[in-house]
Design a protein around this ligand. Structure first.
Ligand SMILES: NC(=O)c1ccc[n+]([C@@H]2O[C@H](COP(=O)([O-])OP(=O)(O)OC[C@H]3O[C@@H](n4cnc5c(N)ncnc54)[C@H](OP(=O)(O)O)[C@@H]3O)[C@@H](O)[C@H]2O)c1
Length: 320
């Protein structure tokens, strides 16, 4: 298998692997620990140095961080300095007015809890998970800045901020000289919103871009071509992929995309990852997985990631 490639994250000195692993699904207390452990070790062995978490990943909330902390300490204890570990706060985490949103109170308390669950002194990247319209952006940014000053994170990032919100946030970060280096946002063939203006804004501020759900939660694979398999995200009661998203029109698009992938001698998942990585502003494709085999499949994109103008046109035609 081809070796992992690394890109600088925006204008920072931090390099991220082209493929990162996210622990949103399949690493919670409801999942089989041994499978989660195998995926983390397999990924790290193949150059996936970046693992992405959040306070609420599970279920139950917090348990993905516990799983990751357990693997880290039992199996990867000597490797902390070879890893980039991120976590986030921004969604509901605990009852009352201080367990959700973007207040200084919530963000800093949540980071402490995340560090405790993973048994870490610091994370590499701490994100505000989503914009909070009820909290001034300045307050959330000052809280991220404080987390850096406390030594609890090395870098900070924004997730799912619009282009305008990103500009506002980055003006504050530049003034504070806070190492806000990355934006995490959804991007895949079925969701191209960031092409409108966010990518330009990220370039303007020298921010890296890590894209989540590059496989549209599994839709951009061969998984749903004939039915909804019982062990799939769409079939699981704890999954976030709604069965309603699997329409006839989607399936026919997926079939056409699958033919393009086949003509390139690769899987649809590989084509979907190659497609997000084609964009120079995309630093890393943040995939999820439920098995080692899926990680293995997705990594093979490194052997065939160039897309011709003709292939890109064919894909655009299918997506129109
Ligand atoms: N910042 C945010 O707000 C936000 C939001 C969402 C996600 N994220 C981050 O992004 C990460 C990735 O998101 P995602 O899990 O939605 O990504 P994704 O890569 O689009 O979907 C992952 C799912 O696709 C299926 N899959 C993966 N590889 C496959 C293959 N080769 N063949 C067939 N099926 C395959 C698996 O589904 P099955 O489980 O059905 O097998 C897997 O769980 C998350 O873990 C999280 O870290 C961040």
């Amino acid at each position: 298998m081809k070796k992992m490639t690394f890109q600088f994250c925006g204008k920072s000195g931090l390099q991220l692997p082209s493929i990162s692993l996210g622990l949103w699904h399949n690493f919670g207390s409801v999942d089989v620990y041994e499978n989660s452990r195998k995926m983390i070790l397999y990924a790290f062995d193949r150059g996936i140095t970046h693992f992405d978490l959040a306070n609420n990943y599970g279920p139950e909330s917090g348990s993905a961080e516990e799983t990751f902390g357990r693997v880290l300490h039992n199996d990867l204890a000597g490797y902390r300095d070879q890893m980039i570990i991120s976590t986030k706060a921004g969604y509901y985490m605990w009852p009352g007015p201080y367990g959700d949103g973007g207040s200084r109170k919530y963000l800093l308390a949540s980071l402490d809890q995340s560090l405790q669950r993973m048994n870490l002194n610091y994370v590499d990247i701490f994100y505000h998970h989503r914009p909070d319209p009820d909290t001034p952006i300045e307050e959330s940014m000052l809280a991220l800045d404080q987390a850096v000053k406390q030594g609890k994170t090395l870098y900070v990032g924004l997730s799912s901020y619009t282009s305008e919100q990103t500009k506002q946030a980055m003006r504050i970060m530049q003034e504070l000289r806070t190492p806000c280096i990355i934006h995490q946002v959804k991007y895949n063939m079925f969701d191209r919103d960031i092409e409108r203006d966010l990518l330009n804004t990220l370039k303007e501020f020298g921010l890296g871009c890590i894209v989540f759900s590059p496989l549209a939660q599994g839709l951009l694979t061969e998984k749903y071509l004939t039915d909804i398999p019982p062990d799939s995200r769409a079939a699981k009661p704890t999954g976030f992929l709604n069965k309603d998203a699997i329409t006839d029109q989607r399936i026919s698009q997926i079939k056409e995309l699958n033919s393009i992938a086949q003509s390139r001698n690769q899987s649809l998942a590989q084509l979907a990852v190659a497609w997000v990585l084609r964009h120079k502003s995309v630093t890393s494709a943040l995939i999820g997985a439920s098995s080692v085999e899926q990680i293995d499949d997705n990594l093979k994109v490194l052997e065939n990631s160039e897309l011709s103008a003709e292939e890109l046109k064919q894909i655009d035609n299918v997506l129109q």
